[in-house]
Design a protein around this ligand. Structure first.
Ligand SMILES: O=C(O)C(=O)C[C@H](O)[C@H](O)COP(=O)(O)O
Length: 218
């Protein structure tokens, strides 16, 4: 049997194929990282994106990579330049998500250990990535950048491009995005509501994940 794909451009497809829902997580208290992630995993989530928006993010990624089961993939979000990309890789991030693209970021992603899911909001941005060989993109901010109709339109000229729309997606709209043939997964913060995290309501987080997955897969 062939092993896992070596090319970062293919490896990001393998990450997106692991689970249809990607929680976008911001960690404010380091001690929340593991119980929060374990609750999501208990609810059926297999891919986690921790945003590099707080000083706790890198230590949190390191903790999660060390303690979560190997079948759970932890990546870094809000990566905007090669320096933060390198930092994310150095703590074990298995993939990297950017909200947008820059030439330096796209170039680094071609050589990186952790594959890149580059963020695009327009066809021209998609084409910049496409020209370098990227075929999987974060579509951000999905709801305001054209939502379902934009993704349907992109399938015409770019039938082999796949997307993880993120931004403004909630439990009731996730299902509609996932029904599109070019959407492999959807991301969002709705899976980790701030009030439940601050109250350490881990059973509530697990339940929300389970219910969201069930409503997307039914
Ligand atoms: O930080 C990044 O790299 C981003 O691209 C932004 C996140 O994906 C959105 O903040 C999702 O937020 P919601 O719209 O609340 O689901």
């Amino acid at each position: 049997m062939p092993g896992p794909p070596q090319d970062p451009l293919q490896r990001i497809h393998a990450v997106l194929a692991m689970g249809p829902l990607v929680p976008v997580i911001t960690i404010h208290r380091k001690e929340d990282a593991l119980p929060l992630a374990e609750a999501l995993v208990e609810g059926g989530i297999r891919v986690l994106e921790v945003t590099l928006r707080t000083p706790e993010a890198l230590p949190a990624i390191e903790i999660l990579c060390k303690h979560l089961p190997a079948e759970v993939v932890v990546g870094a979000g809000t990566v905007t330049d090669p320096d933060s990309y390198r930092q994310a890789e150095s703590v074990g991030a298995r993939f990297v998500v950017s909200p947008g693209i820059t030439p330096r970021l796209l170039d680094y992603g071609l050589r990186a250990n952790a594959p890149l899911l580059p963020g695009i909001a327009t066809v021209s941005e998609l084409m910049l990535g496409y020209e370098l060989g990227y075929r999987a993109f974060k579509f951000f901010p999905a709801a305001v950048a054209g939502g379902l109709e934009a993704l349907k339109a992109m399938a015409g000229p770019f039938p082999d491009a796949v997307f993880c729309p993120t931004g403004g997606i909630r439990r009731d709209t996730a299902r509609e995005y996932l029904a599109l043939s070019n959407v492999m997964a959807v991301g969002g913060t709705w899976l980790t509501p701030e009030n439940r995290v601050s109250e350490s309501d881990w059973p509530g987080i697990a339940r929300l994940a389970r219910e969201s997955l069930a409503s997307c897969l039914s």
